[in-house]
Design a binder for this molecule. Structure first.
Ligand code: SF4
Length: 374
């Protein structure tokens, strides 16, 4: 089982908080699609004959791709990879791109899951983030997508922004529940050093993120999502009736994936590699039939740390037997000793030979996981 990720490195405008790889110049967009098709062919042996269960268009802004681009990319995947039955095919989309015409076109492709970048239903909040859409556009595109027949929808929300009140945060969650969205990803605003937001904060033009506010929003989120019947299957991800993101879940379970496009990462069980984060260099190199990547062979320690990092954040928890089987008795004993302090403080619980974060523990998940690393 494996997944394919396609990174579409273009955005209409730069959200102030974003540190993904993208360009706001569309100059290379045409060339890029051609080159991405070529990379799909060049990389077709990476996953050997592994069955492809998921395809994910991420970015950047994949909703900037045309109907022809998407169809051609998917046709190339179907022709060159071992695609399994009906895979989950997700496309990230921004509300300002999802006109009725666009939604109708998308419904004619093999894309069967839309991930909509809503972020907030408050225009003031959206302006703070420099999003290219309004709250109304976000609400309307969700309704239109559903009318056109997209049932498998997910939306992204951001909490902890200085402009987001507790009441508005509750109202954002309530709105998505009332829109009957089966999956939600909620991310806490973090200030990455090279972003415009970090610069504004340094210059005193924007207030810094308030950790206490983020923690309150996290608690509100747990309470509201539970009330609405969503299953928190990963710290930032909630779904109804088993509508997990198959793509991300496979990643958390350590399945293999192939990432294409600039900055995309790939993993084959033993090595991880990543393409250059530069559009012109990427295009030039692929045109010369060379994949512009760096590679590392994962050490035992890196694989252990990665397993702790991903598993502890999920509702399936960290499997103590698996730790012993994959990493040996010594590493298992180290984990058992390290975890003791968190068990005593009620931040982790042990059940059926698995460790799970408690709600209190989820609040400081990053601190706990890095403390459990080898
Ligand atoms: S958040 Fe999304 S839309 Fe905004 S700049 Fe980043 S990749 Fe582009």
């Amino acid at each position: 089982m494996a997944g394919i990720y396609l990174h579409i490195p273009f955005c209409k405008q730069a959200c102030y908080y974003c540190d993904f790889h993208f360009s706001t110049s569309m100059k290379m967009k045409e060339d890029f699609t051609e080159v991405l098709l070529k990379e799909l062919i060049l990389q077709r042996d990476y996953l050997k004959d592994e069955a492809i269960n998921t395809v994910y268009f991420g970015g950047g802004t994949p909703s900037l791709l045309s109907y022809d681009d998407i169809s051609e990319l998917l046709d190339t995947i179907y022709m060159n990879y071992n695609v399994n039955g009906i895979p989950e095919i997700t496309l990230e989309a921004n509300p300002d791109d999802l006109s009725n015409k666009k939604l109708k076109e998308l419904s004619k492709t093999k894309v069967n899951r839309l991930s909509i970048g809503v972020q907030s239903f408050d225009d003031k909040d959206l302006r703070f983030m420099n999003r290219a859409h309004t709250a109304n556009e976000a609400e309307n595109c969700i309704k239109n997508a559903q009318d056109i027949g997209f049932e498998n929808l997910t939306a992204d929300l951001i909490y902890g922004t200085p402009t987001l009140s507790d009441e508005q945060w509750k109202s954002n969650l309530n709105k998505l529940n009332s829109l009957d969205i089966p999956h939600l990803s909620c991310y806490c605003l973090t200030v990455e050093s090279k972003t415009a937001l970090a610069d504004f904060i340094r210059k005193g033009k924007a207030p810094d993120v308030d950790e206490q506010k983020s923690a309150t929003h996290f608690e509100i989120m747990l309470e509201e999502m539970d009330k609405y019947g969503y299953d928190q299957y990963e710290i930032s991800n909630f779904c109804k009736e088993g509508k997990f993101s198959e793509h991300n879940t496979a990643y958390w379970f350590g399945e293999k994936y192939l990432g294409l496009g600039p900055s995309a990462h790939s993993y084959n069980g033993t090595t991880r590699q990543w393409n250059v984060s530069n559009n012109p260099l990427y295009i030039k190199s692929i045109n010369e039939n060379k994949i512009p990547y760096e590679i590392e062979t994962l050490t035992n320690e890196q694989r252990f740390n990665e397993y702790i990092l991903t598993s502890l954040r999920t509702k399936w928890g960290t499997d103590i037997n698996k730790v012993e089987k994959d990493f040996g008795t010594e590493d298992k004993e180290t984990l058992m000793n390290q975890v003791m302090n968190y068990l005593e403080r009620g931040l982790i619980i042990k059940k059926d030979n698995h460790f799970f974060l408690t709600n209190k523990g989820k609040l400081i998940a990053d601190t706990i996981t890095s403390d459990l690393f080898l």
